[in-house]
Design a binder for this molecule. Structure first.
Ligand code: E4P
Length: 217
């Protein structure tokens, strides 16, 4: 299972990278806006140490505008994946990107049929938004499970990125389903290592080792 980090904060990505847990990065306009910095500069800094795919989102709403942006963003770094929203115009752009060898990540996916369309258009990645579905009372992870089953039925090569992840249980459930990738905020990765019994266990081992030290030469 690949771990992507869902942020445009370079320091947070670097921290996760130093822990050996970054297979790629996803950004979106909201995450980039939070940083208050030049987009291209952020992207180049991330690409200086992240070798896996870095998702960069277009903001045009027509296929032609999306393609113009896709070509430009793709020229910034060697490992861009162009994030394109799930619309008919977006799907046209995805198909053109596939023909030009530009990697794509179809975003804002909320139904199995949308994911099916993305795969047929030749998307490299598809991003079902789990947390946002949970927020409106749907069981988001069911969508991931449906997409994985559909893609397996037809051997689609599009990889599933579980997105809009809010907590470690989302990662656990995605892993049980066998999703290719989870993209998570740095805070979720931080929490994954924690368990109170691990802390108690370490404390006890250290205390007992003190007893060994006292009787050792
Ligand atoms: C990832 O590709 C998405 O941009 C991100 O996971 C959205 O998360 P949110 O629903 O928490 O904004």
């Amino acid at each position: 299972m690949k771990f992507f980090i869902d942020t445009a904060n370079v320091e947070a990505i670097r921290r996760a990278h130093e822990r050996g847990m970054v297979d790629g990065v996803t950004t979106n306009p909201t995450l980039v806006a939070k940083e208050g910095r030049d987009f291209r500069q952020i992207v180049e800094e991330i690409a200086s140490f992240v070798k896996g795919p870095i998702s960069l989102e277009v903001v045009s709403e027509d296929a032609e505008g999306m393609m113009k942006e896709a070509r430009e963003l793709n020229g910034w770094i060697d490992n861009a994946a162009i994030k394109i929203p799930m619309t008919w115009e977006g799907l046209k752009a995805v198909k053109m990107c596939a023909e030009e060898g530009i990697k794509t990540n179809v975003t804002l996916v909320f139904s199995p049929n949308q994911a099916l369309l993305a795969a047929k258009a030749g998307a490299t990645f598809v991003s079902p938004f789990i947390g946002r579905l949970d927020d409106v009372g749907h069981y988001g992870m069911q969508l991931v499970s449906d997409i994985v089953e559909i893609y397996n039925n037809y051997d689609f090569e599009t990889e599933v990125i579980v997105a809009s992840v809010r907590h470690p249980v989302h990662v656990y459930e995605a892993a049980l389903i066998g999703a290719d990738i989870v993209t998570m905020p740095p805070a979720v990765l931080d929490k994954m290592v924690n368990h109170p019994l691990t802390d108690v266990g370490i404390k006890r081992f250290l205390a007992d080792w003190e007893k060994v030290r006292k009787v050792s030469r």
